[in-house]
Design a protein around this ligand. Structure first.
Ligand code: GDP
Length: 480
């Protein structure tokens, strides 16, 4: 175990020259970039009056996230909602309508700004947080990075168009994340709106709305005419009461980066959703391989706030670099600790890049060995095909392959080219992507290379099934 003099100085918040001077007194001549061993480093640190705690590399992140809270410290928190659905069914319109209706009701002429998330007030006065970036790729990409942000998914379905491929995809994304749905049947102002048909079609995808005796709440809305938006907010509150969402506000903050960018005047700006604890000005935070001291907190109306509690989205100024959407945020006790963590992550990231060398992380062969060691007997797949008929035939054939010990789990199946969102879903679910008579879009291909997700192409069902069968048989426990 070794450390450079620069790094040692950083961790102690001392000047490099002071470390070099001290080493010189002991008779060793060094440059700032020189590497010294752990024992020497410990001596130096103690000489400079620091207490030394030596940790294994892998312990660097120990205790950073998810330390349990006492049951009685938990208080209810607002729900965090993401809107999903087929293109043009009105996701953006609905987000805007909810927000405008609320601003007008709240403060006259209030200006809102886009920070990636916003909070509104339900008719009963309870706050609700909306993630402002609709889309499945964003939702699942965050989840792939270990960030569970969304409590409730609003599935928007246009009443004049019905259930479409991306509606189905959204259902699968929400299911994979185990997040409950509320169905917003939109565009009911249109003369050709057929809300009943939407309910029936949803039933075919295992979404049973309340009207049909199921548990999924549904609300008929019009984003355009601002109809029933209050009812939708009421439904969200109802669902969140069922979920009994809680967090401890009295602890150091944890959260997730929703959006981040480099602002010309203000430097790195990140919107963070606080998930537990309370974030304060002056806190030292880490996110991915970036860290900083919170200089200012701004809400979605651009107002300065002194602190932000659970489910509250805030813009943070003070990061030294721009973190990435999906990075988890934690407060740490000192700058030295922040440096230690971010430098460790940066090293890890570089090592991983080298180790991966462009190879696929999730490949059929890898999956066999991984799943075998994990003792899991499921085989997650994302399947895209050219026509509904072939997709159904593939699913049926794969179903037949299943035994008591092992089976294919279709995370998502649909018609059309392989999209970026398919890759994100595969990444989050550790699945292999299969294309039958379809290709991957350019962005999807790039995403699969970045994430190391294997895409397999077939044009003969028999070959496809055969390969999956071979891979699955590798999962079976050896018979003794
Ligand atoms: P997104 O792709 O899901 O975000 O859909 P948009 O919000 O961009 O809406 C797509 C189109 O549908 C736009 O032309 C909207 O004006 C229209 N639209 C959205 N909601 C409604 C609605 O409630 N009623 C009607 N008549 N049109 C709507």
């Amino acid at each position: 175990e070794t450390i450079t003099i620069q790094e040692l100085a950083n961790r102690m918040s001392e000047r490099g020259v002071d470390v070099i001077r001290l080493l010189m007194k002991q008779g060793a001549l060094h440059k700032i970039t020189d590497v010294i061993d752990a024992d020497t480093a410990q001596l130096v640190a103690e000489e400079l009056g620091h207490t030394v705690k030596r940790v294994a590399e892998s312990d660097v992140e120990e205790g950073l996230f998810d330390m349990p809270d006492a049951e009685d410290a938990l208080e209810s928190r607002p729900p965090v909602v993401t809107i999903m659905g087929h293109v043009d069914h009105g996701k953006t319109s609905l987000l805007d309508a909810i927000r405008q209706a609320n601003v007008v009701a709240g403060e006259a002429g209030g200006i809102t700004q886009h920070i990636g998330a916003y909070q509104v007030t339900a008719p009963n006065g309870a706050p609700i947080t909306f993630i402002d970036t609709p889309g499945h790729a964003a939702f699942t990409a965050m989840r792939a990075r270990g960030a569970k942000v969304t409590d409730i998914v609003i599935l928007v379905v246009a009443a004049d168009d019905g259930v479409m491929p991306q509606t189905i995809e959204a259902i699968h994304h929400a299911k994979a994340a185990e997040v409950p749905l509320i169905v917003a049947i939109n565009k009911i102002d249109k003369p050709d709106a057929k809300p009943e048909r939407v309910r029936t079609e949803l039933l075919q995808h295992e979404v049973q709305t309340e009207t049909f005796g199921g548990e999924t709440l549904e609300v008929e809305v019009s984003a355009k005419e601002k109809l029933n938006l209050d009812k939708l907010l009421d439904a969200i509150i109802l669902q969140s009461e069922v979920l009994d969402l809680k967090a401890n506000p009295e602890r150091s903050a944890e959260g997730t980066v929703i959006e981040a960018r480099l602002d010309k005047g203000r430097g790195p700006v990140a919107t963070v959703l606080v998930q537990r604890g309370t974030l304060h000005i002056g806190d030292i935070i880490v996110a991915g391989s970036q860290w900083g001291r919170v200089r200012a907190l701004l809400d979605d109306k651009g107002a300065v706030c002194p602190s932000a509690g659970p489910s509250f989205p805030v813009e943070i100024l003070g990061f030294s670099g721009t973190p990435e959407a999906g990075d988890r945020v934690a407060v740490v006790e000192s700058e030295a600790r922040a440096r230690e963590i971010t430098e460790y992550r940066e090293r890890q990231r570089r090592e991983k890049l080298v180790a991966r060398g462009g190879g696929a992380r999730t490949s059929l062969t890898d999956m066999m060995s991984q799943l075998k060691t994990a003792g899991r007997k499921e085989f997650p797949l994302v399947i895209k095909g050219d026509v509904q008929g072939s997709v159904e035939a593939i699913i049926a054939a794969l179903d037949k392959l299943g035994t008591d010990e092992v089976g294919a789990r279709i995370v998502h199946a649909g018609v059309g080219g392989i999209s970026e969102s398919d890759i994100a879903l595969a990444e989050a679910s550790n699945a292999v992507v299969i294309g039958f008579n379809v290709r991957a879009h350019k962005e999807a291909r790039e995403a699969s290379e970045r994430g190391g997700i294997e895409i397999r192409y077939y044009n003969i069902i028999y070959n496809l099934v055969d390969d999956v069968k071979a891979a699955m048989s590798g999962l079976l426990a050896p018979t003794l």
